[in-house]
Design a protein. Structure first.
Ligand code: ADP
Ligand code: MG
Length: 260
């Protein structure tokens, strides 16, 4: 049965969208760094077998001995796999092993609750946990939505990016009904925004109304600075401290903090 709202413990936010390339991972790394700048204790969880978040925070997935895969399939505690990162956040890394977790979990009763249970067992205190989802609506993403207080949906400001949002919101409704009645959609996060494009501005103006969802502000500008950051294992908040992109993520983080 759906469990009731936790009164203690961190605020858990899932960043999900089953489309790839919408800036889920970039947003998790950047918002995590922004929360850490604000003095919050932050845990980031890489739930994608591609391990892009792990790599972008300076951890080589090929050298990780224990990962989120062991947490989800072998009952290993989150504490035992956490890595401290230069951005001032803790990371639960992923590896390609996670690709097999989906099938292993399918045979398990309560498979959607494994991550939630692991987070409830955390001994280290965190203020905020961000979950970086894979581009699918499979068991791993259901685990994220079941563990989360809030969902943030990163979405580029292009018409084609809308496809699939209806399906994501149907899944959210199912999760709210069956697995986690406390899950709330905190908003759409407009990403890869080109302010010079009329089309992008029209999409931005329309998207909230279309889905009857809040739109987080400001939109995250499209800039090349984001391409440089992962290669040095830091987020854009460290590699381009004063860039518009870094500043936009700080403002979105402040808006999210205000809601916590
Ligand atoms: P997802 O996790 O949704 O697949 P990523 O965060 O990996 O998406 O981003 C996809 C690509 O877009 C990456 O190469 C990333 O560097 C780039 N990117 C993300 N945000 C921006 C931005 N605001 N401006 C320019 N490039 C970006
Ligand atoms: Mg990603």
């Amino acid at each position: 049965t759906p469990s009731s709202r936790r009164t203690t413990g961190p605020t858990v936010l899932a960043l999900a969208n089953q489309k790839g390339g919408v800036a889920k991972t970039t947003s998790v790394a950047s918002l995590g760094a922004a929360f850490a700048e604000q003095g919050r204790r932050v845990l980031l969880v890489d739930l994608d077998p591609q391990a892009c978040l792990t790599f972008s925070l300076g951890v080589d997935p090929d050298t990780v001995e224990r990962s989120v895969h062991d947490v989800l399939t072998a009952g290993v505690g989150l504490e035992e796999v956490v890595v401290a990162c230069d951005d001032g956040v803790d990371l639960v890394p992923s590896t390609i092993d996670l690709a097999a977790a989906e099938a292993m979990l399918l045979a398990r009763p309560g498979r959607e609750y494994v991550l939630r249970t692991a987070l409830e067992g955390l001994e280290t205190a965190y203020d905020i946990v961000l979950l970086d989802c894979s581009p699918s609506l499979g068991v791993l993403t259901l685990n994220a939505l079941t563990a989360a207080d809030g969902l943030v949906v990163p979405m580029p400001c292009e018409m084609l990016s809308h496809r699939g949002v209806g399906q994501l919101l149907d899944t959210v409704a199912d999760v709210q009904r069956i697995l986690n009645r406390d899950l709330e959609v905190w908003g759409i996060l407009p990403t890869l925004f080109d302010g010079r494009s009329n089309h992008a501005r029209e999409v931005l103006a329309d998207v909230g109304e279309r889905y009857e969802l809040p739109v987080l502000e400001p939109p995250i500008p499209k800039t090349v600075r984001f391409a440089e950051a992962p290669a040095v294992g830091r987020s854009v908040l460290a590699t381009a401290r004063t860039s518009k992109g870094a500043q936009a993520y700080r403002e979105v983080a402040a808006a999210l903090l205000a809601r916590m």
